[in-house]
Design a protein. Structure first.
Length: 154
């Protein structure tokens, strides 16, 4: 996993925690790494890191990314803006062995994010899309919408 912030237990009132795009991207990587990738020895390429080499792409592997979304004002006084995004984990497995193990891994990935709230970031209900064959790989995309609120003018 890339180096980045250490994530304490959920502490929504902690003013030292600045939730911004970089923080949320690192939080997505942290959750996947601690709940799925490390326990399952899943080779994983994290956003803004060196791509996996061919030797790492044996068996199942993943690519993790955070896709920033839009923002809209949700309160006037104090000015509060809700920012959105998508945590995406693309899972790959050898196409010639079927997708059973990959689907189980997708289920575990969904559970890692399902309705989790950590340090003012709220993860919604994830869904998995079976993308089918992608060259010699079978591909599944697990996508989880998320949001956090930012107070403006602070």
């Amino acid at each position: 996993m890339p180096s980045g912030p250490v994530f304490p237990q959920d502490d929504p009132g902690n003013p030292a925690i600045v939730v911004d795009l970089q923080y949320v991207g690192a939080l997505v990587a942290f959750i996947l790494d601690t709940v799925v990738a490390t326990p399952k020895s899943l080779k994983t390429q994290y956003q803004n890191t060196k791509p996996l080499g061919d030797a790492d792409k044996a068996g199942m592997w993943a690519v993790v990314s955070f896709i920033p979304g839009g923002a809209q004002q949700v309160e006037i006084a104090p000015a509060l803006v809700r920012r959105t995004g998508i945590a995406q984990v693309t899972l790959f497995g050898p196409a010639d062995v079927g997708d059973k193990d990959l689907l189980l891994l997708a289920r575990d990935t969904e559970r890692a994010f399902l309705n989790k709230k950590l340090n003012r970031v709220t993860f919604r209900t994830p869904d998995t899309t079976n993308r089918g064959r992608d060259g010699k790989w079978w591909r599944l995309d697990v996508r989880c919408p998320l949001y956090w609120d930012e107070q403006q003018g602070v």
